[in-house]
Write a protein that binds this ligand. Structure first.
Ligand code: PLP
Length: 402
């Protein structure tokens, strides 16, 4: 079930693989963050990169969220979902000149600048347009987020942000530039972080730097703490939004600066499941079975990219005897594996399964590898299921080819 709505008939009507989302879970998780920071000036800029399907983006706008865009495409999706440019922050390690010009022309709330070179580009483009663009400097606090190395972004070996030691000189330089105004400091040290200490340490670095800059004449208006708070994929306990707020607010409060938050996964990951059917069951040699699903790395690349764990459960319990299984996808890659060494009720061909917590970095990372078609997406809201994205057709894919 998803919020009291049976999944079996949805899968029968829409086919598999199929992403299904709970609107109530998205709303509940957004509100939990908002309430945790209530009483302190803050703005939540939902990180579109986690899931930017229009209906989900609109739902979050309706809840009062603003948006964090990581590309020109995400800026435009935000606008199509009804956000005003002033509600969008533009982040990203490799913003092209065209993307920067687009963001400046629109007048986004601010651009999070990742390098000295990007600062010059924003200044030049802004002066050409006779505007002053608000920017935040993304720092690299050299803090170990203690998450998977592929989603760790706050160490100096990572490509993101500007070393703290370089920021005072850069801001002194920026004070002489007519096209930019430094209004914020930004840090995002990684994703799926379940230890609050690195997040608090990054916040402390921002506060210390802001006070150093203020003494030198650059008055910061806000601190952007990024996203990164993790969720529980395996059922173990992880910090709540309340605990996150309790870890960072005491650090930030003394600065009196407003907070910008960019949560993605925290809001949408547990709100989604990927429905899939068993295509084949084969002996793996010994006691193990290979359970071949009709979904794999094309719809959920996280297990392959980050060795990440997702619970995989039958949608209807049949009471079959337990069997040790490797749950694999249909693609011609050995790493196309959804879950290794899982004990499942012995699966049957045609049986419906749900891969849980796939609301973030699932659909947005999907591809057409092996000429597979992007699945449909369904939202369950107020006791009803509706298609929010239809299944892609081969004609959709081939329409681009000349
Ligand atoms: C700059 C920035 N902000 C926010 C996020 C969202 O992170 P998460 O989904 O872990 O909250 C990311 C994701 O990597 C990011 O790069």
């Amino acid at each position: 079930m998803c919020d009291g709505v049976a999944l079996d008939p949805i899968a029968a009507a829409e086919g598999t693989p199929l992403y299904v989302y709970s609107a109530a879970t998205i709303a509940g998780r957004y509100r939990a963050i908002d309430e945790a920071f209530a009483g302190y000036p803050h703005a939540i800029h939902y990180a579109l990169k986690a899931n930017s399907t229009l209906a989900i983006t609109r739902l979050l706008r309706g809840l009062g969220s603003s948006a964090d865009a990581n590309s020109g495409g995400e800026i435009d999706v935000a606008l199509r979902a009804g956000f005003s440019p002033a509600q969008v922050v533009f982040t990203g390690v490799g913003k092209t000149t065209d993307e920067l010009a687009h963001a400046i022309d629109l007048g986004v709330r601010m651009i999070n600048v990742e390098s000295a070179g990007e600062l010059e580009r924003v200044d030049t483009l802004s002066r050409e347009r006779r505007v002053r663009t608000k920017i935040a400097i993304r720092i690299n606090p050299d803090v170990d987020a203690k998450t998977h190395p592929h989603i760790s972004t706050g160490l100096k070996i990572n490509k993101f942000g500007i070393a703290i030691a370089a920021v005072p000189a850069l801001c002194a330089h920026a004070r002489g530039l007519a096209g930019v105004e430094v209004v914020g400091l930004h840090a995002h040290i990684g994703s799926q972080i379940t230890d609050l200490d690195p997040l608090a340490r990054a916040a402390r670095s921002l506060v210390a730097l802001a006070s150093e800059l203020a003494a030198a004449g650059t008055r910061i208006e806000h601190l952007d703490l990024g996203g990164g708070l993790g969720v529980s994929y395996d059922g173990s306990r992880v910090p709540t939004a309340q605990e996150y707020a309790a870890a960072v607010l005491p650090v930030v409060r003394e600065s009196g600066l407003a907070i910008v938050l960019e949560p993605g996964r925290q809001i949408v990951a547990p709100a989604g499941a990927l429905l899939t059917r068993v295509v084949d069951v084969k002996e793996a040699g010994g006691e193990k079975l290979f359970v071949v699903m009709d979904t794999g790395m094309t719809e959920l690349i996280r297990p392959m990219l980050y060795n990440s764990f997702h619970r995989i459960e039958p949608v209807v319990e049949r009471g079959a005897a337990p069997a040790l299984c490797d749950v694999v996808g249909p693609l011609c890659e050995s790493s196309d594996t959804l879950g290794k060494d899982r004990t499942l009720p012995r699966p049957e061909v045609g049986e419906l399964y749900a891969v849980l917590d796939t609301g973030a970095y699932g659909s947005v990372m999907a591809s057409n590898y092996n000429r597979r078609l992007l699945p449909a997406e369904v939202m369950v809201e107020d006791g009803k299921a509706r298609v929010i994205r239809r299944r892609q057709t081969l004609d959709d894919v081939l329409a681009l080819e000349l």
